[in-house]
Design a binder for this molecule. Structure first.
Ligand code: AMP
Ligand code: MG
Length: 355
């Protein structure tokens, strides 16, 4: 199938999805097509998880490395039973507590799952998304849906239908646009095949929430640093990167504001277009001598949910404003801060400046 084709655009009611639009998208999936759809985390690029050819189309549309496995999205427990070799009791507990929701569980796979989905691993990542459109679509297709984030590989994840189109227009069969994603960062990937459950990627469900249920939870070292060989294959690639060079500025809020001010001045003096992404607290201390070319308030340090929800959109906005340098702050790696910092570290290629 050629890569360039007409991408159908379906605007849908996110709370009460119109059934004829769901059916249309489900038919495309059932025929082996690729469809982008909203979830509560980010937009996913879906295909029939049981159809190797359809799954290969996802990799082709995204330019995704073959060794990076996909998460399979389900709408009920029967689908899980088909996909996994066994469900350990602990997995049942987690599904009850966090599904539908932003938690992906890595479990031993069944023979039904083609190796294309899992990049040849004998495990499969599964989650049940908490979005009426995603659930309706999976139910209507009556298929488990493999779906990575609906962006070109390496780019910031999409949190709106327009972000999807900017990357994938003409490369996918359809996009179902249900408005902005509410969580804004991807799911937490938790490996349940290790002796102690291990977070391979932090996300919408926090380490602290998992600890409450599980007691001990390990963090893959690659989550918080550059060093170490990540066990989630996808985590080793350039990720979430906007077109401009992102720099993180760490330290006390007033010092960060002052340092960003000096950096804006010097980058602009060098003739570069500069963007600044600030929380309300940092913005309150910020006295720019020279205005950045783009400034966006990305939420409050006291409410990291707002920051997570706006983060990827803010990076997309920087691209839209063609800034070459992006300056933002760092966050404590607690709660949602762990996922936010994981994305920022990668998007910035670990460029952190101490204020
Ligand atoms: P994305 O598709 O962009 O949301 O990324 C999915 C993430 O889940 C990647 O980091 C994958 O490496 C990880 N993942 C998916 N399936 C598995 C698996 N079976 N084992 C380990 N990591 C997985
Ligand atoms: Mg992704």
């Amino acid at each position: 199938m050629p890569l360039t084709r007409c991408t159908k655009y379906l605007r849908i009611n996110p709370q009460v999805p119109e059934i004829h639009k769901i059916r249309l998208a489900a038919r495309i999936l059932a025929r082996g097509g690729v469809v982008a759809f909203p979830t509560e985390t980010v937009y996913g690029l879906g295909a029939n998880a049981l159809d190797a050819r359809a799954v290969r189309r996802i990799f082709r549309a995204k330019g995704r490395p073959q060794d990076n496995p996909l998460i399979v999205h389900v709408a009920n427990m029967e689908m899980v039973d088909d996909l996994v070799a066994e469900i350990p009791p602990i997995a049942g507990l987690l599904m009850e507590r966090f599904w539908p929701g932003p938690l992906t569980l890595v479990l031993p796979k069944s023979d039904l799952v083609p190796p294309e989905v899992t990049a040849g691993l004998d495990t499969v990542g599964i989650r049940m998304p908490a979005h009426p459109v995603a659930l309706a679509l999976i139910k209507a297709a009556r298929l488990p849906i493999a779906a990575p984030s609906a962006n070109l590989s390496g780019r910031p994840s999409p949190t709106t239908g327009h972000h999807v189109l900017r990357d994938l227009h003409g490369r996918i069969d359809a996009v179902v646009d249900g408005g902005p994603a509410s969580v804004g960062v991807e799911s937490t990937v938790l490996d349940l095949t290790t002796p102690v459950p291990t977070i391979l990627r932090p996300g919408g469900v926090t380490l602290e929430e998992l600890q409450k249920i599980l007691g001990r939870v390990e963090l893959d070292p690659a989550v918080v640093s550059e060093a170490g060989h990540p066990r989630a294959p996808g985590m080793k690639y350039t990720h979430y990167a906007p077109q401009g060079n992102l720099f993180l500025v760490a330290g006390d809020t007033p010092k960060v504001a002052a340092r960003i001010n000096r950096l804006v001045k010097s980058f602009k003096a060098a003739g570069l277009r500069v963007g600044a992404l600030l929380t309300v607290e940092t913005a309150a201390c910020y006295r720019p001598e020279i205005q950045p070319d783009y400034l966006e308030i990305i939420g409050s340090r006291n409410d990291l949910g707002t920051v997570a929800a706006r983060l990827f959109a803010a990076l997309h906005n920087c691209d839209r404003h063609r800034v070459q340098i992006i300056l933002t702050e760092t966050f404590p790696e607690k709660g949602l801060g762990l996922a936010i910092m994981n994305r920022l570290r990668k998007a910035s290629a670990h460029r952190i400046i101490q204020a």
